[in-house]
Design a protein around this ligand. Structure first.
Ligand SMILES: Cc1cc2nc3c(=O)[nH]c(=O)nc-3n(C[C@H](O)[C@H](O)[C@H](O)COP(=O)(O)OP(=O)(O)OC[C@H]3O[C@@H](n4cnc5c(N)ncnc54)[C@H](O)[C@@H]3O)c2cc1C
Ligand code: FES
Length: 287
């Protein structure tokens, strides 16, 4: 049965034109910094932004979603927000080509955030490709709460690993895995997780990356006490809860499966509730 759940767009969401303060190429990615003023106070690790791409004369219809990598308050620029963008198709290539001083039409912050424990826990952060983007900001918040933070990053090849030097300081340990062995250990980032859960007495796994990786982590944590909070990256057309293209099957506390919009009820979800085996299927509806 499909239950309709009406959730609200992030209450702090604001539509604005933000100036690009810096745009630097890092490996296969672009690290882009925007001036967003006081809105930094409303941005939480896990939230994302929806950017109108293509410019005033050739605007593309669909906004593009990007995870907020980190926010900070800077004496010279005020509140700043950083994104890590992969120049992939026409929209993300347009964004990566924008120079310092350009203005971009943006809605932020959107979606849910990672839950932050009230007392110190042992946390494992797992990022795939640009999925590491929100994890460094999250690591800083967890460390400030007294948590022990270990991080695993994985990608197909070294150029797709995003691991800034300053980010490494915010974690207790960082291990990198590439599928072609060009950086760190050879193999998939999910391989060491089972052993690490035991060795490091992990309480919570926070993950962000491809859906296959999130599903694999949910399978590893099933039937354990480890909480798995994952930031899903289901394709989004509107990003603000209108179009229903981003729905995922999620089991609620009552045992019923609902199709939840990952732009509003996510992107951060409880990995144990997502019905990974049903993703992409059209569910049965009781009329
Ligand atoms: C929550 C979230 C966070 C993300 N964070 C990052 C990040 O930090 N860095 C990064 O590089 N990328 C991120 N992405 C991916 C990024 O949004 C896409 O790479 C980008 O939208 C691709 O746009 P494009 O124009 O480059 O590619 P194109 O392939 O030309 O995209 C065309 C547009 O069509 C939409 N689309 C395609 N298929 C479907 C479908 N089946 N249903 C609905 N819409 C569809 C896409 O969402 C996109 O808006 C994130 C995506 C999500 C959902
Ligand atoms: S992307 Fe349109 S409802 Fe989620």
């Amino acid at each position: 049965m499909v239950k309709e759940v009406m959730s609200q767009i992030n209450r702090s969401a604001t539509h604005m034109r933000a100036t690009i303060l810096a745009n630097k190429r890092v490996g296969q990615y672009h690290q882009i910094v925007f001036g967003i003023g006081d809105l930094v106070k409303s941005c939480r690790p896990g939230n994302f932004v929806a950017i109108s791409v293509g410019g005033d004369s050739s605007r593309m219809i669909l906004r593009r979603a990007f995870a907020i990598s980190r926010v900070s308050e800077n004496a010279s620029f005020g509140g700043t927000m950083e994104l890590i963008a992969a120049p992939h198709g026409s929209g993300s290539k347009w964004l990566c080509s924008q120079i310092e001083g350009s203005e971009v039409d943006i809605i932020l912050p959107l979606g849910t955030a990672f839950g932050i424990p009230t007392s110190p826990v042992n946390a494992l952060l797992v990022g795939g490709g640009y999925g590491s983007a929100p994890l460094f900001g999250l690591a800083e918040v967890l460390k400030a709460r007294g948590c022990k933070v270990d991080m695993l990053l994985g990608a197909s090849t070294s150029a797709k690993i995003y691991a800034p030097m300053e980010g490494k300081r915010s974690v207790n340990s960082l291990k990198i895995y590439t599928e072609d062995g060009t950086m760190g250990e050879l193999g998939r980032v999910t391989e060491p997780i089972k052993v690490l859960i035991e060795q490091k007495a992990i309480d919570v796994i926070y993950s962000c990356g491809p859906m296959g990786m999130l599903r694999a982590i949910s399978e590893l944590t099933a039937n354990t006490d480890v909480v798995h909070q994952c930031a899903v990256e289901e394709a989004m057309a509107c990003g603000i809860g209108i179009c229903m293209t981003c729905v995922l099957p999620v089991k609620g506390e009552d045992g019923q499966i609902s199709m939840l919009r990952s732009c509003i009820d996510g992107p951060v979800m409880d990995g144990s509730q997502v019905q990974w085996h049903l993703v992409g299927q059209v569910p049965e509806v009781n009329l």
